[in-house]
Design a protein. Structure first.
Length: 200
């Protein structure tokens, strides 16, 4: 899928913040893999990311880098991706470097994925989350995701169930009002007192 130009505004860029969102590149996989291995019991291999970036026309993968630009010295501190299937943005992964957790970067990355899915024309956004991952579920519910199903034994490492969580239609007025208010509040929190330590 051809990459679109990301808007030069929050959540993608902001001169007052020391991070910038950018499309994931093959050269980023080297930095992504340690985060992947530290974040998931059954991490994807590097070859899976290279496939997603170079072969899968449905995929959209982004990173959050240190610095106000996407220079070669910038460090990847968070990443995520989704597949655009018809008009559904299906979030496939989201992770934050353990050394950078507690600074709302996970929430920021979620907003980046939702925003990019909307820019791509998604009518709703969906994902799977471990039944035991209550912190992530709380974040998703905050942004309007609701449980719509259950995949029994979905995760291969321990056969844990996955909750299927989906947003309402993203053009729904009530969703838009809530979502935009949350994005504004996140931006104010990040810029008002720096990227402060918090739950996500």
């Amino acid at each position: 899928m051809a990459r679109i130009t990301l808007p030069a505004a929050f959540p993608f860029a902001d001169p007052d913040l020391p991070y910038t969102a950018d499309w994931m590149r093959s050269s980023d996989v080297r930095q992504v893999m340690p985060i992947e291995k530290a974040s998931f019991p059954a991490p994807w291999p590097a070859s899976a990311y290279r496939y997603e970036l170079n072969k899968n026309d449905l995929s959209n993968y982004l990173v959050l880098r240190t610095g106000s630009d996407a220079g070669a010295q910038a460090r990847v501190v968070a990443y995520g991706g989704f597949w655009l299937i018809l008009d559904e943005g299906h979030i496939s992964t989201l992770a934050v470097d353990p050394a950078w957790r507690g600074r709302r970067l996970g929430e920021w990355m979620l907003v980046i994925l939702i925003e990019t899915a909307i820019l791509r024309g998604a009518g709703e956004v969906t994902l799977e989350v471990r039944a035991s991952n209550h912190v992530a579920q709380g974040l998703y519910r905050k942004y309007g995701f609701v449980q719509v199903g259950l995949r029994n034994g979905y995760y291969h490492d321990n056969h844990e169930d996955a909750l299927i969580m989906t947003t309402p239609r993203v053009d729904d007025r009530a969703f838009q009002q809530r979502y935009r208010a949350l994005v504004e509040a996140l931006h104010a929190r990040l810029t008002g007192a720096g990227v402060e330590r918090d739950e996500v």
